[in-house]
Ligand binder design. Sequence first.
Ligand SMILES: N[C@@H](CCC(=O)N[C@@H](CS)C(=O)NCC(=O)O)C(=O)O
Length: 217
Amino acid sequence: MTVTITAFERSPDGGRGLARDTRVRWALEEVGQPYEVRLVSFRAMKEPAHLALHPFGQIPTYEEGDLALFETGAIVFHIAERHAGLLPDDANARARAIMWMFAALNTVEPPILELQTARLQEGDKTWCEERLPLVENRVRERLVQLSTRLGDADWLDGAFSAGDLMMVSVLLRLRASGFLDEFPNLAAYVARGEARPAYQRAFEAQLAVNTGKPRAG
Ligand SMILES: N[C@@H](CCC(=O)N[C@@H](CS)C(=O)NCC(=O)O)C(=O)O
C-alpha cells in the first residue's frame, strides 16, 4: 500500500534535516518501505484539507490506505510495529525500546525546544539574559543524565532501535548550539546514527526538496 507523508515545501532550516519529516523518512528507510511525499506550504498547512489530517496544522503527516496519522512518535511507532528492523522481538527489550522513544520525545526534546524558543524567539526580551542560563542548565542536566546512561555503549539498549532513531533525531537539534561537544559519547552516538545508510538517504531526500540538489561531498 502506498505510504504518503507530508513535508515542508520549504523548510525553515533550509534542509539541515531538522524538520520532523526527516525522522519519519529515516524510519521508512530503515525498514525499506518506499514512500511518497506531498509538500505543503505554511499557508496550506493551516487550511481545511491539511487540518483534516493534522488538527494542529503541522507536518509531518502519514497516510496509508484509510489510515491517517500525525505526531512523529505515533508515526514512527506505527512503522516500527508493522515492519521488522526497528523494534526487538523480545517483549521486554521491545518495551524498553518504546520507553526510549517516549523518553526522547517527553523528557529530552522539551528542554531542547525550550532552548530554541529562548534563543530564536525571545532573544530580544528584557528578561532573556536572566532566563537563558536557566534553560541552558535544564538542557545540560538532561545531557549529563543521558550521557551517563549511554556510557560507552553504541546504542541505548542493545541493538539500534526506534528508541535510538528518535533520540538521535532529537539530539540533532542541538548540534548548532555546541552543547554536544561537551559530551563526546553523545556526539559519537549522534554521529553513529547519522552514518546509517537509512539516515543518509532520508537526509538527502529532504535536502533535495530544499535545495533542488543533493548535498555535495
Ligand atoms: N509533536 C509534533 C511536532 C510537529 C511539529 O512541530 N512540526 C513542525 C515542523 S518540524 C511544524 O509543522 N511547524 C509549523 C507550525 O507549527 O506551524 C510531532 O512530533 O510530530
